[in-house]
Write a protein that binds this ligand. Structure first.
Ligand code: ARG
Length: 370
């Protein structure tokens, strides 16, 4: 064996080569593609010449779906093969990205019948000017720090401050939609206000109790995660916003129930007339159930797709069976897969999962501000 010195650029090329080869082999196997040798040669030649390569549209589409299938934290993966992929790799300006994001929102919202979708913006690397979306989700509510406490979503306080520094001013309600912050290359981001027509929202109510007395709550219809990086075959897409539909507990238990979010349990408990003087009355648990019931009821009433956690867990079991039949391992992160209400009443609670990284994948990346 000889010792060789390798530069970091060469290491990069080597790993993009091996990642590309692995991906192409899986892609060919899963899609029944026969002529893989020619495509493999073509990709390797492109990497040698330019340091990177580009995916065909078919590779991009299937690769993005595989990334969803491999998302260890997601309980909704049964539908991985039914995601619409917008190939927006040609977007060349912040305005073009914004236009693409509006098309995504319109398609995904679909008048309430939510459709899973992903918009894939230009890849990073080799001196390319890619984009970053600074928002955590395309639709999210601002959070303002005031002397009387936080107004709005506490999770958005940092990003809201950034938007204000960039010249944005919100109305100051608890549910102000944040603007989109789109960054091109090393430039400062451009802010865009999302038109109301593209941000469907659901007013929340309970089927028979006034749990929101004194605080009219609402939530948006579509969760579009916009800050994760999509990696396919060694190629990185730092902006690739994607959505499914909501599982009720994301809103009822976490967004509205968490103490560090909208913290509505005490209010709901009082509105329900519960005895909050002792933990042992289980007032938090009772309030949680009614808050979650209100979310499911309201989305249903508004004709907006939502899934309860029992059904989602059953769907996940079907996904597990499908994957087993296809000869693939299901990886997962148990602490994320179990729903944040009555977890032990679902099957995922009673199983264990291997939290191993499988490519293609969605990866957390550091916020570009901070
Ligand atoms: N948990 C996040 C939220 O409440 C959304 C994450 C993605 N959820 C989904 N159902 N696709 O906004």
């Amino acid at each position: 064996m000889s010792m060789q010195s390798t530069t970091s650029a060469e290491i990069g090329v080597q790993s993009i080569q091996s990642e590309a080869e692995l991906f192409l082999a899986r892609f060919a196997e899963e899609t029944g593609m026969e002529e893989i040798a020619a495509r493999r040669r073509e990709v390797l030649a492109e990497i040698t010449a330019t340091g990177t390569y580009s995916h065909t549209r078919e590779e991009l589409i299937h690769g993005a779906k595989m990334a969803w299938r491999n998302a260890n934290r997601c309980i909704g993966r049964l539908f991985w093969n039914r995601m619409h992929v917008f190939d927006e790799r040609g977007a060349a300006s912040e305005q073009e990205v914004f236009d693409a994001l509006l098309r995504h929102l319109a398609f995904a919202t679909n008048g309430g019948e939510i459709r899973p979708a992903i918009t894939i913006l230009p890849q990073a690397g080799e001196g390319r000017e890619s984009f970053r979306i600074w928002n955590h989700q395309l639709l999210r509510y601002a959070g303002y720090e005031s002397t009387a406490g936080i107004v709005g979503d506490p999770a958005s306080v940092g990003f809201t401050r950034i938007c204000e520094r960039l010249g944005w001013r919100g109305e100051g309600t608890p549910f102000d939609l944040l603007p989109l912050a789109v960054q091109h290359g090393g430039k400062p981001p451009r802010l865009f206000e999302i038109p109301r027509t593209h941000a469907l929202e659901v007013p929340l109510s309970h089927p028979d109790r006034d749990v929101f007395a004194g605080f009219s709550a609402k939530w948006y219809a579509v969760p579009v995660i916009s800050d994760m990086l999509l990696e396919i075959g060694g190629i990185r897409y730092p902006a690739a916003p994607f959505n499914g539909w909501y599982m009720g507990t994301e809103i009822g238990s976490r967004n509205l129930g968490d103490e560090a979010r909208y913290n509505l349990l005490p209010r709901v408990a009082v509105n329900l007339g519960l005895d909050t003087s002792s933990n042992a009355t289980l007032w938090k648990d009772r309030a949680l159930v009614e808050l979650n019931a209100a979310v499911l009821h309201s989305y249903r009433l508004a004709g907006v797709t939502i899934v309860d956690h029992h059904t989602a867990a059953q769907q996940f079991s079907i996904f597990e069976r499908n994957e087993e039949k296809a000869g693939r391992d299901v990886t997962g992160r148990w602490s994320w897969l179990i729903p944040p209400m009555s977890p032990s009443a679902t099957s995922v609670f009673h199983k264990s999962y291997e939290d191993r990284i499988v490519s293609p994948q969605f990866i957390h990346q550091n916020p570009p501000y901070a």
